[in-house]
Design a protein. Structure first.
Length: 257
């Protein structure tokens, strides 16, 4: 069976959590051998640690989504440090800059991002970035550090130029189900420009279901359509693509699979 990876999902979401056993069962049927469940605030980071302790093929991360930073103070952020010691935490994030949905808190987003980059450096873990309408600003933040952790640009939404600049940080670029959408031509152009050894694939469930599942709550098992679309775009077999993504995932997360 083809071995698939979902490098970014939210099993801790209220849309998936009540049906978690079924969701995991369906993901196993398509050959999904590892799922990275991503925290987006303190409570979902805690829940992610709990979920990862229950299912052997699930790992987790701790983060604070840029749209959820309002009301957070440095003392609250400091609480995240203790979570890094928990088993099966393999990444920091998601964190980042979202100037599309939260343009009024740009400075706050940058401060939180700085904090989590430092946290990733201290823990020697990769960092998962959520960037929307803020790639140049993100690059400015990254350039302000003398050293960086491994970087993942999750659910990439930029163009070919943004992808080229992102790769300058020795990063991995992850694509979600929106790569299958008919109007996603710029995204597909960006994908075509990225070396296979720098590509990850994800669902970002419960969001962004692939084209044939539009209107449904996304879940990890839907990722097969994304793999098939990317394999066709890159003119490689599904087996070769899955091997490349698995290799990238293991290189990034120290051979967890």
């Amino acid at each position: 069976m083809i071995k698939l990876i979902d490098s970014h999902t939210h099993l801790n979401s209220h849309k998936l959590l009540p049906h978690l056993d079924d969701v995991i069962r369906e993901s196993n049927k398509i050959g999904l051998i590892s799922i990275l469940n991503v925290g987006y605030d303190f409570s979902t980071s805690l829940k992610g640690i709990e979920i990862a302790s229950k299912y052997k093929n699930i790992y987790t991360s701790i983060g604070l989504h840029p749209n959820d930073i309002k009301g957070f103070e440095l003392k609250t952020l400091e609480d995240y440090k203790c979570l890094l010691e928990k088993p099966r935490v393999i990444a920091v994030g998601e964190v980042g800059l979202d100037y599309f949905r939260n343009p009024e808190h740009k400075n706050g987003q940058k401060k939180v991002l700085d904090f989590f980059i430092d946290l990733a450096l201290q823990s020697r873990l990769p960092i998962i970035l959520h960037i929307r309408d803020a790639y140049n600003e993100c690059f400015d933040v990254l350039n302000s550090f003398n050293e960086l952790p491994s970087v993942i640009f999750h659910c990439f939404s930029g163009d070919r130029h943004d992808a080229k600049l992102a790769l300058d940080y020795d990063s991995y670029i992850s694509f979600a189900g929106n790569i299958t959408y008919p109007k996603a031509n710029l995204l597909r152009e960006a994908l075509s420009s990225i070396p296979l050894n720098r590509i990850l694939l994800e669902t970002d469930a419960p969001y962004l279901p692939p084209q044939s599942f539009r209107g449904k709550i996304c879940q990890p098992s839907y990722i097969l359509e994304t793999y098939l679309t990317v394999a066709k775009l890159r003119k490689v077999s599904l087996e070769n693509l899955s091997q490349a993504v698995l290799s990238n995932y293991n290189n990034l997360f120290r051979g967890v699979v």
